[in-house]
Design a binder for this molecule. Structure first.
Ligand SMILES: [Zn+2]
Length: 214
């Protein structure tokens, strides 16, 4: 498979990412506060207004500032935001993901081809929390792609050994790379500067992530 999918539950399915994680507050820059505001390479698909484009860019850059570790900002590839479902579907078709069957009530929120993150901003994806998690998840794939191969092997080995790697979301079980992307998104949901989990098993995962993003 060339791309990496993020399946999300449909409305009412109960699969809404990380809302159950304690301590998820967000909102502050790391101490020192001298970070430059994020300026990600974001393109929106045609057929939308300039005002909506600006709002979309502001939202994604705001999330990058609020949630992404500083060392990760440079690893974010270009982002294409599809405000048209048809165009998003065509983009998936181009990378060979179109015919992949989905379970009833699921939809694809984004995919990452390495050089591009594509996000679908239509229908249920207008739910900000879902969209934010899809963004963080796809960035997680880029973090993975650029990580050192020994560290990736370490993650894979521990994934195979410890079932606690399953715990972030139902979708984590899809594969160790999807599990990494989900864990990364969960990690980003913790406030910057104090990404400490009360559960030692979760903290073990966070330690691995921190080692990968150094
Ligand atoms: Zn994924």
């Amino acid at each position: 498979m060339k791309g990496k999918l993020k399946y999300k539950g449909g409305p009412g399915s109960g699969h809404h990412g990380h809302s159950g994680i304690p301590g998820k507050v967000g909102g502050s820059l790391p101490s020192g506060g001298s970070a430059k505001p994020a300026d990600l390479n974001i393109t929106t698909s045609l057929g939308t207004s300039a005002a909506r484009d600006a709002k979309t860019r502001k939202m994604l850059n705001g999330w990058a500032d609020e949630y992404l570790p500083e060392s990760v900002i440079d690893r974010v590839p270009r982002i294409i935001v599809y405000t048209s479902e048809e165009r998003f579907n065509n983009a998936m078709k181009l990378v060979g993901l179109y015919d992949k069957p989905l379970e009833k009530g699921q939809y694809i929120a984004g995919f990452n081809e390495g050089h591009t993150i594509s996000l679908r901003q239509v229908g249920p994806m207008n739910l900000q929390e879902d969209w934010k998690n899809a963004f963080l998840h796809e960035v997680g794939h880029s973090v993975w792609d650029k990580a050192n191969s020994d560290k990736k092997q370490g993650w894979e080995n521990r994934w195979a050994k410890y079932p606690n790697f399953d715990k972030f979301t139902w979708y984590s079980r899809a594969s160790y790379t999807e599990g990494f992307a989900e864990a990364f998104a969960a990690y980003c949901g913790y406030p910057k500067g104090s990404r400490k989990a009360s559960d030692p098993k979760v903290q073990e995962v966070f330690d691995l992530i921190e080692d990968m993003i150094k």
